[in-house]
Design a protein around this ligand. Sequence first.
Ligand code: ZN
Length: 366
Amino acid sequence: MVQVRSLARYLEAFAPLAYQESYDNAGLIVGDPDMEITGVLVALDATETVIDEAIAKGCNVVVAHHPIIFKGLKKLNGKNYVERTVIKAIRNDVAIYAAHTNLDNVAGGVNFKIAEKLGLQHVRILAPKTQVLSKLVVFVPDSDLEAVLTAIYDAGAGRIGTYEHCSFRVGGTGTFRPLDGANPTVGEIGLDETVDEHRLEVILPAYLENSVVAAIQKAHSYEVPAYDVYPLNNANQEVGSGAVGELSEAMNLPDWLAYLKQQMHLNVIRYTPWRGTPIRRIAVCGGVGSFLLNDAVRAGADVFVTADYKYHEFFDADGRIVICDIGHYESEVFTKELIIQQLSKHFRTFAVILSDTVTNPVQYFT
Ligand SMILES: [Zn+2]
């Protein structure tokens, strides 16, 4: 049997919690990590109806995109839908897990799914995050080099884009003098020692620092390995907000709007005027995206597909780009497919089911 903990660990290897926005509340929201999974229901929102659906379908885990508890709860007496959902989940031993902005912010996540639905090519992160990478330098006696490198790679360091096992090393001389109380692997108390060592450098996601350092301490033969960790300003091209890519063929605006409506199963698109040049490069951001408008313009996008635009924010398009507001639910509904695909790749011992509850609170009268 698979425990909820393993499900969380697997999802977080793809969409690390460290990449959620500061206001977010992704992760295991309700439930015991040790509970054994009978089935997983995947929904955009974990509502009361979705918990009922999970129970009816024999699923004791709901994986949702939006965290049901977002701003915190001070009382739990069922006076609103959030409290009632949480109470129902706890009473029925249903765990609720949310993969939210951490799933937005990774390559292959929510925005890449939208890009896939729109048939975009050369898809990349629209606004890559900085300050999420570190450089680690460790000084290793030649005899430890292979063991330390293997430990570093296994702990997740040394990846750059589609390359792994990336490192740099240069040979040199390490010096030290063990003091009273030391238990040196090499050298003697009170005597200066000189050893042939390598200076080994790797890049790593900053959130993995503790586990990489622990791996080094385990693999390195010295009592006290010498290492440095430097925060980097380099953008991580694999992590960040939004996505951008190109249509295989340019379109005019009416054709584009018809295509967008069809591909994303839309009732309505709210959009801004266009100067008439062909549409080819498309920026996307599931859910609230207005904060990325300038990134989309800077990336040379002809169109920005997103949601939750306010009236005055539409003016910011200013003829530079076509904002297409397709609705929050509509922009993210395919996230369910993405989660199902991820889970089905790895877990075979329980069912992973797509929720058929329409959780969109917005209806259209047309
Ligand atoms: Zn959303």
